[in-house]
Design a protein. Structure first.
Length: 220
């Protein structure tokens, strides 16, 4: 109930202000249709995700952008693997957006895409004190070599005055084929006061060294 009321307050503020902020999803694209998405709720903890299509999925995403209820909302989108990075190679008929709150406060974001080919788009009525989405979050990670029958500890945090948004860990193996002993490495990760600590325990059954990565996602 509090979550719904909080979003209602933000939405009401958005409708009250009527401010507009410039977006660049069609910048530099001669033929482009501006496709604004709806305002998507961003939880205080965790991640919001939203898939935005080109009209009738008949185009290719040539540019992306987003508006947000504050600079605290950080938005990214998933690109396809391959090079060079380009419309139709990195993007397809839609874009999958992800958003998080750097200060762990609920908010909203409006995903936007510019689709090729077509031309259109008009100003959107927005509100709240609308601003561009916050800058890209920073990712940092440390990767450690772990031998059979060993226990290792490591701690990682955000640089300078950045805030920790989330963390992850991953176990990897430098084998030519997927190994069958992935469960021979146990990783316990904890977070305390913005610091991420892990405890790695490698079984003696591990036939050869593995690698464990611990990473953080940070916002200014």
């Amino acid at each position: 109930m509090r979550w719904a009321l909080g979003l209602a307050v933000i939405a009401a503020a958005l409708l009250a202000s009527g401010a507009n902020a410039a977006t660049v999803e069609c910048a530099g694209i001669p033929t482009c249709i501006d496709v604004p998405g709806p305002w998507v709720a961003v939880p205080a903890q965790g991640e919001a995700k939203f898939l935005l299509d080109c009209p009738q999925r008949r185009g290719v995403v040539g540019g992306v952008d987003a508006l947000a209820s504050s600079r605290d909302i950080h938005v990214t989108f998933e690109g396809l693997l391959g090079g060079p990075v380009a419309p139709g190679r990195t993007t397809t008929r839609y874009a999958f957006f992800r958003a998080v709150s750097g200060h762990h406060r609920q908010g909203l974001f409006e995903p936007r895409i510019g689709c090729i080919p077509s031309s259109a788009g008009g100003p959107q009525t927005t509100a709240y004190t609308i601003s561009p989405a916050g800058p890209a979050t920073d990712l940092a990670a440390a990767t450690m070599r772990v031998g059979p029958g060993t226990v290792r500890h490591a701690t990682i945090g955000c640089a300078n005055s950045e805030r920790l948004i989330e963390s992850w860990d991953a176990t990897a193996f430098a084998d030519p084929v997927p190994p069958v002993f992935a469960d021979a490495v146990e990783v316990v990760r904890t977070v305390h006061k913005g610091q991420v600590a892990i405890r790695i325990t490698a079984s003696e059954a591990l036939p050869r060294p593995a690698f464990v990565q611990v990473g953080v996602r940070c916002a200014k």
